[in-house]
Design a protein around this ligand. Structure first.
Ligand SMILES: [Zn+2]
Length: 313
């Protein structure tokens, strides 16, 4: 049995979101070193603020400033800070109820060791030197033994408010495709495509997942499919993706390789985008040293009959 593959995988993207009036005031406030909460119908103050009352679902807009000092309500120690976290030395994740608030805010507490942290300890905000209107304008919390600080009474109206933010989402992990897809990927490196046939319903899965989701049984019979296939359905992509060097518009299609019981995805090239159609016969195009086809191009054969692929859409 060949070794099962595994590799580091990173999924990251800039997530652009617009802010409603309450989040806009909250983040703009942080830029100005003001922490705002919102009042609910029953008189509680929520920090971080939300736009709808969690009890009545009424829209809420009554902003109120709270203090930059507060009390830790619970915490967990982070032994190994990861890239992008608020501090690069071990720290505590804390929920802090700021003075004047009824709910707690999640953030980092700069503390030398876990025995320096306890529920009920007093802390205050350490502001970031450069502030842009983001939760990171609070660099972290730090232990604080002094007097409670009175909030300034800000009403949440600011010049030059922040209306949108870009949050960088990133997941990095080790991915293992498992036994079935390892065999599939290894075969692709010699430009051959193998699926696995279900022993019960006889469907050939490409790429194989190791089991038939319909019958709930393991698949192990390897079946070579393709290399040519049929476009079963497709879309025209008009939006250029970040970090993807493909001119738009282009066509992304479902392609049922000959012998496969379901379609896989691939880009169609070698034909104007507006001439791609259901039933088009295509074959893979490999670039030097690639482990999977760069795209699929027309074979020149007559189009497949709809009845041949209607179950593979
Ligand atoms: Zn099956």
């Amino acid at each position: 049995m060949p070794e099962v593959l595994k590799a580091p995988l990173v999924v990251e993207f800039p997530f652009t979101r617009s802010l409603g009036p309450v989040q806009s005031a909250f983040l703009t406030g942080l830029r100005e070193r003001v922490v705002l909460g919102v009042k609910t119908g029953d008189g509680r103050t929520l920090v971080p603020p939300v736009e709808y009352d969690p009890v009545t679902a009424d829209e809420i807009r009554d902003l109120v400033e709270v203090a930059p000092t507060g009390t830790v309500t619970t915490w967990a120690w982070n032994h190994e800070p990861r890239r992008g976290q608020p501090l690069d030395t071990p720290f505590a994740w804390v929920l802090v109820r700021l003075d004047g608030a009824d709910t707690a805010l999640l953030h980092a507490l700069d503390a030398p060791a876990p025995d320096a942290v306890h529920t009920g300890m007093r802390v205050r905000i350490r502001w970031a030197e450069e502030r842009t209107g983001a939760i990171t304008d609070i660099a972290c919390f730090e232990p604080y033994e002094g007097e409670a600080v009175e909030p300034g009474g800000h009403d949440g109206a600011f010049e030059d408010a922040v209306h949108g933010i870009v949050a960088h989402a990133r997941l990095d992990y080790t991915y293992s495709p498992g036994r079935a897809q390892t065999a599939y990927i290894n075969a692709l490196s010699s430009q051959r495509t193998f699926g696995e046939r279900c022993p019960s319903c006889r469907k050939v899965y490409v790429p194989p997942r190791g089991a038939c989701p319909t019958c709930g049984v393991a698949t192990s019979e390897q079946v070579e499919v393709g290399p040519a296939g049929t476009v079963t359905t497709f879309c025209i992509v008009n939006i250029k993706a970040k970090n993807l060097d493909i001119e738009v518009p282009y066509v992304y299609a479902h392609i049922a390789l000959d012998g496969a019981g379901l379609a896989l995805h691939g880009r169609i090239g070698g034909i104007p985008y507006d001439q791609v159609r259901m039933g088009l016969r295509v074959e893979p195009v490999w670039t030097e040293g690639a482990r999977y086809p760069d795209h699929y191009r027309p074979t020149g054969e007559p189009d497949a009959d709809y009845d041949m692929y209607k179950e593979l859409l």
